[in-house]
Design a protein around this ligand. Structure first.
Ligand SMILES: Nc1ncnc2c1ncn2[C@@H]1O[C@H](COP(=O)(O)OP(=O)(O)OP(=O)(O)O)[C@@H](O)[C@H]1O
Ligand SMILES: [Mg+2]
Length: 398
């Protein structure tokens, strides 16, 4: 069984059979879902989908449950999935308050059965891999890496920085799975420091220890983001011509400091800053500076313009180009090809870009799940894979 690569040196992953191998692309791990079963998940009382490798198109009218299927797949990973939903929202109304999603994941080496779900009255998600209960979801970032693009992300460049941070972090997580733990450690220490600054600001040694944790995890987060950003920036230079090239940068003082100084020096500087900022942070009730405030800056290179000033269609094309570049970098750097969940992506692209999208996905060897309302759109595109349509709740081959 595949393991997380926490204990392995850079550039090494454990293969599906457990042996360590170099990721310099001599062996590509490209998982795909061969079978997907949903029980009482959102609108689906029961759904059973059998697919092949390559592209899976789901077409059907508004409200038939296409996005729900992509969301179900996104629950086979850490975090709250592509709608950032609460666990209880996922259970089918009128159902038994329990839901489950299970997938037969096919890799070059073996088949892996992954199951996720909650029981009635349980408030946590359970994970089973090949019939065994497994603690923690982190290993799914290695076993079933995923990237997604949804209509809710159409305002990514226009809305606040938190969406862009999440977008960068999801991809950074694909490159270094320990990014998730660092983010959890940082958030936990920051929450505790904020609370302590309100309730017991004189407890110096406890604050010091929390600030030290924030400095170590905060600098690790910024460092992982910078590594991911640099890899993406060079990946973007090889984008398909059909997609506009994006120029990207990270804004944040820890990231800027890391460009100049060693990680240890930046940790010291952040620790010192947090100590000095206690009064100010206490007065506003939050931590004003840190990697939780960083921003991903995106520009349209050809137009030399911030992405936020581009047209809706141009922003969508930039975003698709960015996700495809992330997938290419993740595959190249880790040897693991991510699953792509592309909700309503074809509707916004012209014919040339649609064809380019299919070409890039097929060259990557990724399994991509693509939804759309109009089956005719997909009947006009040549692709290798499966086209499924909805007949009421029943899903059938087109
Ligand atoms: N917990 C739930 N229980 C039952 N139904 C739900 C639940 N959550 C969402 N739904 C319903 O699921 C239906 C399908 O939603 P979904 O977003 O998957 O549709 P879609 O096929 O993607 O539609 P569109 O083309 O408009 O994007 C919606 O009508 C929604 O009300
Ligand atoms: Mg939808």
């Amino acid at each position: 069984m595949l393991q997380t690569n926490h204990d392995l040196p850079d550039g090494a992953i454990k293969s599906a059979k457990g042996s360590v191998e170099n990721t310099a692309n001599d062996k590509i791990f490209s998982p795909s879902i061969a079978e997907l079963k949903l029980t009482d998940f959102r609108s689906h009382a029961k759904a059973h989908i059998v697919t092949g490798k390559g592209i899976v198109v789901l077409s059907g009218d508004n409200g038939v449950g296409k996005t729900n299927i992509l969301e179900a797949i996104s629950m086979l990973g850490p975090g709250r999935g592509l709608r950032t939903a609460k666990l209880a929202e996922l259970a089918r109304r009128d159902g038994a308050n329990a839901w489950s999603v299970s997938a037969l994941v096919r890799t070059q080496e073996e088949d892996i059965q992954i199951g996720v779900g909650i029981d009635p009255n349980a408030d946590t998600r359970r994970l089973r891999i090949d019939g065994q209960n497994v603690k923690g979801f982190d290993r799914l970032t290695v076993m079933l890496p995923q990237l997604w693009l949804t209509p809710a992300m159409d305002r990514l460049f226009v809305d606040g920085a938190s969406g862009r941070r999440k977008f960068l972090d999801r991809y950074a997580l694909g490159l270094s799975p320990q990014h998730a733990k660092m983010s959890q450690d940082y958030e936990r220490a920051m929450r505790e420091r904020n609370r302590l600054l309100q309730e017991d600001p004189s407890s110096d040694s406890w604050l010091k220890s929390l600030e030290s944790n924030m400095a170590v995890s905060g600098v690790a987060i910024a460092d992982a983001r910078l590594t991911a950003l640099d890899a993406l920036a060079s990946g973007l230079q090889h984008s398909h011509d059909a997609f506009p090239e994006a120029e990207i940068a990270l804004e944040g003082w820890i990231e800027a400091a890391l460009r100049q100084d060693s990680a240890l020096d930046v940790e010291d500087a952040f620790r010192l800053h947090l100590k000095k900022a206690r009064g100010l942070d206490a007065s506003v009730g939050r931590t004003l500076e840190g990697p939780h405030r960083s921003d991903l800056i995106v520009r349209h290179k050809g137009k030399d313009m911030p992405a936020s000033d581009c047209s809706t269609g141009e922003q969508k094309a930039l975003l698709v180009g960015l996700v495809l570049a992330q997938a290419r970098v993740m595959s190249g750097e880790t040897g693991r090809v991510p699953l792509l969940l592309l909700d309503e992506v074809a509707a916004h692209l012209d014919g040339t870009r649609r064809a380019a999208l299919i070409e890039v996905i097929e060259n990557l060897g990724a399994q991509a799940w693509i939804t759309g309302t109009d089956p005719a759109v997909f009947q006009q595109i040549a692709f290798t894979g499966t086209h499924l349509t909805f007949d009421g709740q029943l899903i059938k081959n087109a």
